[in-house]
Design a protein around this ligand. Structure first.
Ligand code: ATP
Ligand code: MG
Length: 412
């Protein structure tokens, strides 16, 4: 049979045997977030397009070419959320969270959407887990954020992790460096990829993010922001580094690290897993001290990260496992006892046992095969004579029980 419909390009179904590994990630994230003092937030799947244009930035790949944007029936421009930080900053302002004790610490997990060329580890609908701490510029926040993501990835068994770390300075501190870099880029304009050239005036730092070989060669000789950090920016970064060292977190300084969003300031970081090949970044983030103000709020420093669940699954290699653990009891019924089978299964389920029955009109022998396939520990056979038999599926041992007290017989 050939299916006439397929899931849209870059999307995938999550089948029951893949759900267990995902549920485990969600449970680990929830447990860890609670331990670190982060509360869960869920924002809508779509937002006003303008939120992402302003919040993510017009020089980013996301806004330039990756957004699933549409108009609703009232002509309002909307976009399927490509990332979580701008929506959470919006929610922070909308709900007056700037009046709460700061920082406000939030985490999330859910689907995100980007119109990218699909490949291993890169999809059009994918799942991110992320955390944000809004309302403090303290380097302790940056360190706590990195510790949280580090612990999550380790708890999930992501091996061969590498932490890249850098600082972009503050917008004010970055101004002189920006001019210096821009002058360098202009001098090498003919060697740069066209898309880098097109946006270098708007955001010259993004040239470091290019995968084009010619551009990379030029950028190897470019002035580096880490060599130009000054004053409070330099102190802030030094403090973050000290805190990571104190916590025993190994990192590599990488002055070419530029994250995909325009709003980053000061600390930026990325966790990579060698095993993943081209899409090696499992998660990353940084400080975004200008975003909340950019969205119309008061000046509010903040820091956060996001990690891709599909990349975590690829990195740990665990994707498919049986969707259900072995069940406690399978109730098999002779013809004429099938309604009684549902009543009994319901009684067992209400008592907290996992119980199942035949729903496909199988004969008794077929039902016992089904009990076997489901890995049932015991079967209850409701016979045509009105009796009930409990069978231990491992040993094959059987005993007659009182049909009125099957629950007691199998509960032990
Ligand atoms: P990349 O450089 O791989 O495109 P990015 O800088 O766009 O990553 P972020 O916006 O920081 O990524 O998103 C955080 C995490 O979300 C990434 O580290 C990655 O694990 C995951 N991610 C991003 N885009 C996708 C995608 N299209 N499909 C699957 N996972 C993704
Ligand atoms: Mg990207």
């Amino acid at each position: 049979m050939s299916a006439s419909h397929q899931a849209p390009r870059g999307t995938f179904d999550i089948l029951p045997e893949e759900a267990t590994a995902r549920a485990r990630i969600e449970a680990a994230a929830a447990e860890l977030a609670a331990r670190y003092g982060y509360g869960r937030i869920e924002t809508p799947i779509f937002e006003d397009t303008e939120l992402f244009v302003r919040g993510v930035g017009t020089s980013t790949d996301i806004v330039r070419k990756e957004m699933f944007s549409f108009e609703d029936l009232g002509g309002r421009p909307l976009t399927l959320r490509p990332e979580g930080t701008a929506p959470i900053a919006r929610a922070y302002l909308e709900h007056g969270m700037h009046r709460l004790p700061q920082p406000v610490k939030l985490w999330y997990l859910g689907p995100f959407f980007r119109h990218e060329r699909p490949q291993a580890g890169r999809y059009r609908q994918f799942t991110q887990v992320g955390a944000e701490a809004i309302g403090s510029g303290d380097p302790l926040v940056d360190a706590e954020m990195i510790l949280l993501l580090d612990e999550l990835l380790r708890a999930l068994g992501v091996a061969e992790l590498r932490l890249r770390l850098s600082s972009l300075g503050s917008p004010a501190g970055r101004r002189a460096y920006r001019e210096e870099l821009l002058a360098y880029l202009r001098a090498h304009a003919s060697e740069l990829a066209p898309d880098v050239r097109a946006r270098m005036e708007e955001n010259p730092l993004r040239a470091f993010d290019s995968k084009d070989p010619g551009t990379r060669e030029v950028m190897a000789g470019a002035p580096k922001i880490l060599e130009r950090l000054e004053g409070e920016d330099a102190e802030h970064f030094a403090a973050v580094r000290r805190l990571l060292e104190q916590a025993g977190i190994a990192y590599e300084l990488d002055p070419t690290l530029v994250r995909g969003l325009d709003y980053y300031t000061r600390t930026v970081f990325a966790f990579e897993c060698e095993r993943l090949g081209a899409q090696s970044e499992v998660g990353g983030g940084g400080r975004y001290d200008a975003l909340v103000e950019q969205l119309g709020g008061p000046p509010t420093p903040a820091c956060g990260w996001a990690a891709g669940i599909e990349r975590i699954l690829l990195a740990t290699g665990e994707r498919r496992e049986p969707h259900a653990a072995a069940i406690d009891v399978f109730v098999a019924a002779a013809e004429g006892r099938r309604e009684g089978a549902l009543a009994l299964v319901t009684e067992l389920r209400r008592a907290g046992l996992s119980a199942d029955l035949d729903l496909a009109g199988r004969g008794l022998r077929g039902q016992m095969r089904q009990a076997d396939r489901l890995g049932a520990r015991r079967a209850v056979i409701l016979g045509a004579d009105g009796g009930a038999t409990v069978r231990d599926m491992a040993t094959g041992e059987q005993r007659q029980v009182d049909p009125a007290s099957v629950l007691e017989a199998v509960a032990g």
